[in-house]
Design a protein around this ligand. Structure first.
Ligand code: PMP
Length: 288
């Protein structure tokens, strides 16, 4: 990934892709205090750019530091790096971290740095997986409580749990993991929020200890437009057998049907399909 042509925006400058490097004594590497975003580019346009840029600022705030660039400056930088890279359908990765000016648990003496990289990346899952759904296995790793970790932030430190869970799920032959929360209630997948469907009603866990995704909010809005009822509530794993359909939502996953969770099977039914189609229309329509 580091040996490519192109440019990356780094602290206000466009640097050659291969030169966007850090020192080994970078604070964020040792103490895990970096925050990041994942944005999607459709037909050269960044979907929900303002929302993602705001969340990057908020994530930094949750970790106790301020970004040295305004939201407007970061949005301009994103659009310019996408333009310079000539991205049609792709992904944008902004990241912020404390640098190598200081090492030690206290963070305040290290400067905050920001970078934005982008690359072509049309789809996460195959066309077949998009149609038939993916398989999830419940993980032994759990989402921590809000008094244990900065759960509202899109913080690298929390992704340690996601990497452990996803790698374990892959070892067991699943496509992704379902994480429960610290109370044993259903939380989310490793990079996406979860919706369950019974009849024509959507049920989705209350995001009180995990990321309330931007795609999740978009789906709540679309469900309103489509007249699909939504219940936000705590969902217990014992209930998983009572649902007909299941899908994940995320910037990269988009609307991704789920074929099974452990022994429970779901179909890509009418409601999932309606949400998928509406989302597909929206991401392209906002460009028109
Ligand atoms: N939860 C986690 C752990 C994620 O990594 C993501 C992807 N950012 C989401 C949920 C979905 O968030 P969004 O819809 O904002 O991409």
């Amino acid at each position: 990934l580091d040996d490519r042509d192109g440019v990356i925006w780094l602290d206000g400058r466009f640097v050659p892709w291969r030169d966007a490097r850090l020192h080994v004594l970078t604070h964020g590497l040792h103490y895990g205090g970096s925050v990041f975003e994942g944005e999607r580019v459709y037909d050269g346009h960044v979907f929900k750019l303002a929302e993602h840029t705001r969340r990057l600022h908020e994530s930094a705030g949750e970790l106790g530091y301020r970004l040295p660039f305004t939201e407007a400056e970061l949005m301009d930088a994103t659009l310019e790096v996408v333009r310079r890279q000539g991205i049609g359908d792709g992904y944008v990765r902004p990241v912020a971290w404390r640098g190598s000016e200081h090492i030690g648990v206290a963070g305040g003496n290290a400067a905050v740095h920001v970078a934005i990289a982008t690359w072509e990346w049309p789809h996460v899952f195959s066309a077949e997986a998009k149609e038939r759904g993916i398989r999830l296995g419940t993980s032994r790793w759990r989402r921590p409580s809000p008094d244990t970790a900065p759960v509202r932030a899109k913080a690298a430190s929390l992704y340690n749990i996601c990497t452990l869970a996803r790698d374990e799920a892959h070892r067991f032959g699943y496509d992704d993991a379902l994480l429960l929360d610290y109370r044993g209630q259903i939380a989310e997948a490793t990079g996406a929020n979860l919706f369950l469907v019974v009849g024509e009603t959507l049920h989705t866990p209350v995001p009180d200890c995990f990321l309330a995704g931007i795609t999740r909010t978009t789906v709540l809005d679309l469900a309103g437009d489509l007249g699909i009822p939504v219940v936000e509530r705590h969902v217990r794993p014992e209930e998983l057998g009572a649902f007909d359909e299941c899908f994940l939502t995320g910037t990269a996953y988009e609307i991704q049907p789920v074929r099974s969770i452990d022994q429970y099977e779901y179909r890509t039914g009418k409601t999932t399909t309606a949400v998928m189609e509406a989302y597909g229309r929206l991401v392209h329509q906002v460009l028109a």
